[in-house]
Design a binder for this molecule. Structure first.
Ligand code: PAF
Length: 265
């Protein structure tokens, strides 16, 4: 595996390796990321992964500074997974000057996650577009755990005619149902025991429980739920009862850790 950190080396490596399928990450990799790497492998002969903790998508009161960084371990995992190229730029490589040109996703980006993290999807869409321009992949893979992010990236690629295909990866879960996430490491032992409740509540909503009841179950079990909402899979518009192809999305804080999850039904 080649590891590159500047744009000239990246472009040289991509030119030599040939068309790549791409998995953008913020590092602190887990089995969820590795499952995206395996999906990427089906899309091109070579796989490129980026590790970049993108300040632009963090609010000032969020965990940018303490976001878990484990570069050497990540590098070993990617090497073992057979990844051909790792792009790990410093901040000044991706943002050599203040980023005054931003991608502004549509109004849907101000709902669900966007309602609680204003500007989050501007930051995500902007860095993802920059990464696409740098790596120039033929396909890119995003996980369904971050369902709204996946939809926003899909819409951006479609509307801006970015010449690549977006592939969606299923959420990888711990044996007790907790969606794998780099932020799970923040949980205390007691919180880790409680954390699978979010998935259980989402499953109950799929089976007919009202989202308000799910919010109540979370709140009465010590969580601070932000939202629990059933949407249409195709465009994340509010879904009608009984409609086919829905997804329930939820986010809630357990102690100091904010977890998100989603389940299609
Ligand atoms: O999902 C993530 O890890 C990030 O939002 C992404 C897509 C790498 C952009 O920073």
């Amino acid at each position: 595996m080649r590891t590159v950190s500047d744009l000239a080396d990246l472009r040289r490596a991509v030119a030599e390796i040939g068309p790549v399928a791409f998995v953008p990450t913020m590092g602190n990799l887990h089995e969820g990321h590795l499952s995206l790497v395996r999906l990427a492998r089906r899309e091109a002969r070579a796989v490129a992964v980026s590790i970049f903790v993108n300040r632009l998508q963090f609010q000032p009161d969020e965990d940018f500074e303490r976001y878990p960084r484990s570069f050497e371990r990540d590098q070993r995992l990617l090497q073992a997974a057979g990844v051909e190229l790792l792009f790990a730029p410093d901040e000044h490589v991706l943002y050599p000057e203040p980023q005054t040109y931003l991608v502004r996703p549509p109004a849907m980006a101000n709902e669900l996650e966007g309602k609680f993290r204003p500007g989050f999807f501007d930051g995500v869409a902007t860095v993802v577009l920059k990464l696409f321009n740098c790596v120039q992949p033929r396909a890119a893979v995003f996980g369904k755990k971050d369902y709204q992010q996946l939809m926003i990236v899909r819409g951006m690629v479609r509307q801006l005619h970015i010449p690549l295909s977006i592939v969606a990866g299923e959420t990888v879960r711990e044996p007790d149902g907790l969606a794998m996430s780099s932020r799970n490491g923040y949980l205390s032992a007691a919180e880790r025991t409680e954390a699978p409740r979010l998935y259980r509540v989402l499953q109950k909503v799929c089976e007919g429980m009202a989202p308000a009841e799910g919010m109540h179950e979370l709140a009465s079990s010590g969580w601070q739920p932000d939202y629990l909402d059933v949407r249409r899979r195709s465009d994340l518009a509010p879904a009608h009862a009984g409609e086919a192809e829905r997804v329930v999305l939820g986010a809630a804080r357990l102690g100091a850790t904010r977890l998100i999850d989603s389940v299609e039904f």
